[in-house]
Ligand binder design. Structure first.
Ligand code: BUJ
Length: 637
């Protein structure tokens, strides 16, 4: 796209906004993700191990860590630092993290792809499937145009939000050379974030390959992929000079697709994207050999995938299931993201995780929600254009017997796996962020503590837990792990569950307060790249990638145990999002997407253990009531 052409036209029609500060203004001067000192990493590691081990196991793990620190760990750490110094364009975690995702052979659906559900449009009539789809398509393309033209506001975390609105700040910052721009923002307590992941948001797909997948991004495609009843359609949403198709023309195409794709195909190709990656890689090769190369290219290079579902979810749990996995035939799970619109106009995103993290996807969701609700391109009573020339192409695939039976097998396996997974929404209305902040505690810490108490109440023990934390404040940062299980949360859980009548309210409150402070510290450390998980992960990756024997440290059962995350959690905050979640990361665990809102808190929880999940949510309610009573100064009964 040439900037000259689009800059002459009305902003509203082409961009979500035109930022004073260019999108990539800070990229060159972003700070680098630090590699913590090995000594600090191991100290943090041992602190996280302590609540999970008995005394003897802990002493053993401590000994192994000491040996690692003096031996293999010391050498690997030095080599990691040397490597990092040679790769100043990126972060030490970027390659190992891509490698982790792309080498994983489990199906992406349920195991990796999360979903985010968009809050309904406040005006009911705009939630019609065709109206919402058209408006969200157009806002998404405006986002793409803004990104391509360097008009998208860079992500900045403002320590003092007043600067986010300041013209003076923006005009000053944009004049700074890109080599120092980050420092200018830093001077006013503003922290620009890494924007590198956005280049794979659009026109991108994960391509299955034997043993390690690849990411593909097209330079300049103009077409959208639309799925309906398991059929694939493509049509250009950008014209030859990158103007967005008129809304009435877009809706005319969607109407055509809905009318044409009125039955399910005998063999729905998309089930293959739910398969184990090596199986899918082999079948994809067969598809290429059977003459489907052009069609696959059209899918891979499409700007994104729109799934026009024929599903009418009866409640939030059914909607969440639809967005996390659906019925498999109307998705292409390898696309960087799919925009799913149900028959009754609910909208959500399912995204492939290897290319990027929650921060980039949430930004996209926020912008398209805002733009599509404030400046909807299509009004509910608008008509589709009767004069539109439909340029839609239905992709017809050549499927030989072997491919057909592979689809059949994938279909059966997918149905089996999705049947085994339960997903439940939970909401607690007695307090939320405002109340917790008034108690001078951290809302996130309180939710995490509630999960710890809950698990202890249900199973009488503590287990490895994971909270995702973005490290996008650094160049090519990804995530770090916060470890919500600590000696403090263990003691607090024991006190609340087992000694509830023996302990005074003041004592319990003090324990909660200590947990909150400790969690806040862990959160801060993780966001600054000072956790322990990624550092250890990178050291292990370095040894393995060089073909060296795996150091004893990583063979310790305690190391393996702490990486079997029974409670895996992630949170995000946005008025544009009303549901969100992901599958459990282990067969005996829970996947918890949660949200602490102003006056309530809630989660979407998943598990392969249905009864345990129901009980977990019952206990969570109990635990939150306990916390509430304590904070209110009422003794526990
Ligand atoms: O940790 C990482 O590197 C990435 C993580 C991996 N994991 C999901 C396993 C933790 N990925 C993310 O954190 C991205 C997750 C994006 C979805 C988050 C969902 C948040 C839900 C909020 C809404 C809940 C509303 C409840 C309503 C009652």
């Amino acid at each position: 796209m040439t900037e000259g052409i689009v800059s002459q036209v009305d902003t509203d029609h082409h961009f979500v906004h035109r930022s004073t500060i260019p999108t990539m203004h800070f990229q060159d001067s972003l700070p680098r993700l630090p590699i913590p000192k090995l000594e600090h990493t191991l100290k943090r590691y041992l602190a996280a191990q302590e609540p999970l081990l008995d005394d003897k196991q802990y002493r053993n793990t401590k000994r192994i860590a000491k040996e690692f620190e003096k031996g293999a760990g010391k050498r690997l750490h030095r080599e990691l630092v040397e490597l990092d110094e040679k790769n100043t364009h990126t972060s030490y975690i970027s390659d190992p993290w891509f490698n982790m995702y792309l080498s994983a052979r489990e199906p992406v659906v349920l195991n990796f792809n999360p979903f985010i559900s968009l809050t309904p449009d406040p005006r009911e009539a705009y939630n019609n499937q065709l109206v919402r789809a058209t408006n969200l398509i157009i806002s998404s393309i405006k986002f793409l145009n803004s990104l391509q033209n360097n008009y998208l506001r860079p992500d900045i975390y403002y320590g003092n939000p007043k600067w986010s609105e300041s013209r003076l700040f923006k005009n000053f910052i944009r004049l700074l050379p890109t080599s120092v721009s980050w420092y200018g923002a830093y001077m006013v307590n503003a922290y620009p974030l890494d924007m590198s992941q956005y280049k794979r948001l659009f026109r991108s797909s994960r391509i299955p390959k034997l043993n390690k997948d690849e990411l593909f991004t097209s330079e300049c495609s103009r077409h959208l992929l639309v799925m309906r009843n398991g059929h694939f359609y493509v049509f250009d949403v950008l014209d030859s000079v990158d103007n967005i198709l008129h809304p009435s023309e877009i809706v005319a195409h969607l109407i055509y697709i809905i009318q044409e794709a009125d039955h399910l195909p005998e063999f729905a190709l998309s089930y293959l994207t739910t398969e184990d990656r090596n199986i899918w890689a082999t079948v994809r090769q067969q598809l290429l050999e059977a003459g489907n190369e052009e069609n696959l290219k059209k899918i891979d290079s499409a700007i994104f995938c729109l799934c026009l579902d024929n599903i009418f979810p009866k409640d939030e749990d059914e909607l969440s299931q639809c967005l996390l996995h659906g019925n498999g035939f109307n998705r292409w799970f390898d696309k960087s993201f799919s925009l799913i619109i149900t028959g009754d106009g609910h909208a959500g995103i399912n995204f492939e995780h290897s290319w990027g993290d929650g921060v980039a996807v949430l930004r996209f969701v926020n912008e398209v929600y805002r733009n599509s609700t404030r400046h909807p391109a299509l009004l509910p009573h608008s008509r589709s254009s009767e004069t539109t020339v439909i340029t839609c192409e239905r992709l017809k695939f050549k499927l030989n017997d072997s491919i057909q039976s592979a689809i059949q097998v994938a279909h059966e396996k997918f149905d089996e796996r999705k049947k085994k997974m339960s997903m439940k929404r939970f909401q607690f209305r007695k307090f939320g962020k405002d109340y917790i902040v008034k108690q001078r505690m951290s809302p996130d810490a309180i939710f995490q503590l509630a999960c710890q108490i809950t698990f202890y109440r249900q199973f009488g023990k503590v287990v490895p837990s994971y909270e995702a934390c973005s490290t996008a404040a650094f160049k090519h940062g990804r995530t770090e792990t916060i470890r919500p299980t600590s000696m403090l949360t263990k003691q607090c859980s024991q006190a609340i569950v087992e000694e509830r009548r023996k302990r005074s309210v003041a004592e319990l409150r003090n324990m909660i307060d200590e947990c909150s402070k400790y969690h806040r510290r862990l959160q801060m450390e993780a966001a600054l790249g000072n956790g322990f998980d990624r550092h250890l992960f990178a050291l292990k990756h370095l040894a393995v990638s060089r073909g060296e024997p795996t150091p004893d440290f990583f063979l310790d059962t305690a190391y393996q145990k702490i990486n079997h995350n029974i409670i895996s959690t992630s949170t995000l905050q946005s008025p544009a999002v009303n549901l969100g979640g992901f599958g459990p990361v282990v067969s005996d665990g829970f996947g918890i997407g949660y949200h602490v809102s102003d006056n309530w808190l809630g989660c979407n929880a998943t598990s392969y253990l249905d009864e345990e999940l129901q009980e977990f949510l019952r206990c969570l309610e109990y635990s939150l009531n306990d916390i509430f009573d304590i904070l209110e100064g009422r003794p526990l009964m």
